[in-house]
Design a protein around this ligand. Sequence first.
Ligand code: AMP
Ligand code: TRP
Length: 387
Amino acid sequence: MLSTIRNSRSVFASANRLSKSTGALNRCNSEKARKKDEANYPVRILSGIQPTGAIHLGNYLGAVREWVRYQEIHEDVVWSIVDMHAITAPQDPKELQDNIIKITATLLACGIDPSKSILFQQSSVPMHAELAWVFGSMTTMPRLSQQPQFKEKSEKLKDIPLGLFTYPVLQTADILLYKATHVPVGEDQIQHLQLAQHTAQFFNVKYGNTFPMPEPLINKSSGRIKSLREPAKKMSKSSEYKKSSINLVDPPEVIREYLKKAVTDFTSEVTYDPAERPGVSNLVIIHSILTDKSPQEICDEAQGLNTGQYKLHLADVVIEKLRPIRERYEELVNDPGYLNEVLKSGTDRATEIASSSWSEVKSKIGFSGGILSRTAKEVERKHVTSV
Ligand code: AMP
Ligand code: TRP
């Protein structure tokens, strides 16, 4: 176990260097605090994904493919389908339920293995909400109003739901409830991680050492896959353009059609130049990450093809790479009994970890050890005097 932790520490080193260079780690995550943390808390990796639509190529290359790798190099990994975060935007209940099942099937089809990872649905462990309430009383409104994601999302709304405002507090609870030490996320989540770090430090100072300082693990591909229709924007579940993203379980003809229609420019050669040629460079990047080749190798191999021919070639590559995922997905999605079993067992394992942290928090903040234990003592006293 110890050697696994040591090994995985070195695996994380490069990701952490990257996140440090983005200024992600604030002063509470100084080298000294990290070293102390390493001694106190075993490595636990945790992340979450919202069940708000099908998993697309960007999610896969920027997140889920890495999750599968983490599961291979470390034994303590937790993946949460964050349905409570999803309802901070309006959801149709039937669609939400379908999306939870589909996302479970897709994650399993991508290689998340329930015997190596804990995979569970956030709302099935109510302690997330309970801990979020405690943390909500330890953070301030100005701190939350500064969160860039809140600013961005609330700008478009007339009536802002309270849940959107407190979203990062719930995310903090997701992370700290499991005492996660490493959190793979996209760059857009760095401020949420900083809130989790701040809350952990605040709690530790006030109530004694309880939580590790969670470190973001920034995948260098996260956010890098762009929309096929608007290559300046990232591929996203919520794009208004239908042909802007490729979902992992799209049939071959859809993949071919969307790639054929991908926006490029008037130069026919295939080159990699994200600033000047974002459209074709996005295709090269997709190709490069999928095949683990460099963009230059991809361009060299594509010599002699014009962009139209290259799109068809890339479509064949994408279809073949996604074929096993699609086929496994079809089997799984038709077996809801198995999917429910996976989620149920994930909930049981998540609950076990969460219950222990939650009891610790309750006793530290003064929620337990009051009436209940007094009653127990009284019962004992009565028992002794009556004997
Ligand atoms: P979301 O779809 O925003 O819930 O994102 C889930 C995860 O997928 C995030 O942690 C991101 O790292 C990753 N992701 C989302 N969109 C992209 C994209 N276009 N390119 C690469 N990674 C992405
Ligand atoms: N906010 C994250 C996103 O939009 C999802 C998320 C919720 C999450 N809880 C989390 C990610 C805990 C990491 C850890 O991508």
